[in-house]
Design a protein around this ligand. Structure first.
Ligand code: ATP
Length: 250
């Protein structure tokens, strides 16, 4: 992914100002910064929720900003949210299958008529969803209502939902927030394993510096919408501008 001169304004607020960085293929990039730094805004630009005021974002050479938001999944971009956005009354399996919906190539008519090709694709999707749940340690809960799962498991279901679309770029928004200490360690292992198993590029927004240090190849720090540091997790965490921004926000 290549981000160049990315600028996003909301009226008088500049959420992102001339942000530029690259994320290499199959890298895990951490995006850090105090509250209001612009991390979520950047994710929202990458997956088409926000239209930047200027600059460019290219993923796999494709200009993301020229693609309508509903086509982002086909571009290979998927994301999770800080607070899981599951349908609580639907089963875990149904929730994961929602992530594969846009990959079905059949028309509405063929789905309504339940044509054989469509049924085959649906069956393949269910098989894939079950494999993903299994690989994320959720094999026993596919028929449970998503809202009945513990918070940490709901976050994993969201990851499974994102993976079902077969992304090349996965955006993880605060995967460790609200988790216990031991769950944070497990999420770190999970992120590394997902990259290895799925050959993905991952960008992870996270305040938990232990997780950032454990999983990332490269870290970008934003403060007040500007990139202030970039490099290894260790270098960024000891950067004086980053340290003083976090202290100021504490
Ligand atoms: N839809 C919006 N309308 C107006 N201002 C917004 C909107 N979204 C974000 N902002 C502003 O843009 C700035 C960056 O916010 P953003 O949520 O991207 O920061 P963040 O780094 O993700 O913070 P946090 O860690 O608290 O989630 C803030 O000043 C915020 O108030």
């Amino acid at each position: 992914m290549e981000v160049r001169d990315l600028t996003l304004r909301f009226g008088g607020v500049t959420a992102l100002a001339d942000v530029a960085f690259d994320v290499g293929d199959r890298q895990i990039c951490g995006l850090v910064g105090p509250n209001g730094a612009g991390k979520s805004s950047l994710f929202n630009c990458v997956n088409g929720y926000y239209r930047p005021s200027g600059g460019s974002i290219r993923v796999g050479g494709v200009d993301v900003l020229s693609v309508p938001a509903h086509r982002m999944v086909r571009l290979g971009i998927a994301r999770t949210f800080q607070h899981p956005t599951l349908q609580p009354d639907r089963t875990v399996l149904d929730n994961v299958l929602l992530g594969g919906h846009s990959t079905l190539s059949g028309t509405v008519l063929s789905a309504m008529l339940a044509l054989p090709g469509e049924r085959r694709r649906e069956r393949a999707l269910v098989t894939r969803a079950r494999e993903l749940l299994d690989s994320l340690g959720l094999a026993g809960v596919e028929r449970t209502s998503a809202g009945d799962l513990p918070y940490g498991s709901q976050k994993r279901v969201e990851i499974a939902r994102a993976l079902l679309s077969g992304p090349r770029l996965l955006l993880l928004d605060e995967p460790a927030s609200g988790l216990t200490h031991s769950e944070v360690g497990e999420v770190g292992e999970l992120i590394s394993r997902i990259r290895a198993d799925h050959g993905l590029t991952v960008i992870v927004v996270e305040h938990h510096m232990g997780l950032i240090s454990a999983v990332t190849d490269h870290v970008v720090a934003l403060v007040s919408g500007r990139k202030v540091a970039e490099g290894t997790a260790q270098a960024v965490q000891s950067d004086p501008v980053v340290v003083s921004a976090y202290l100021g926000a504490a």
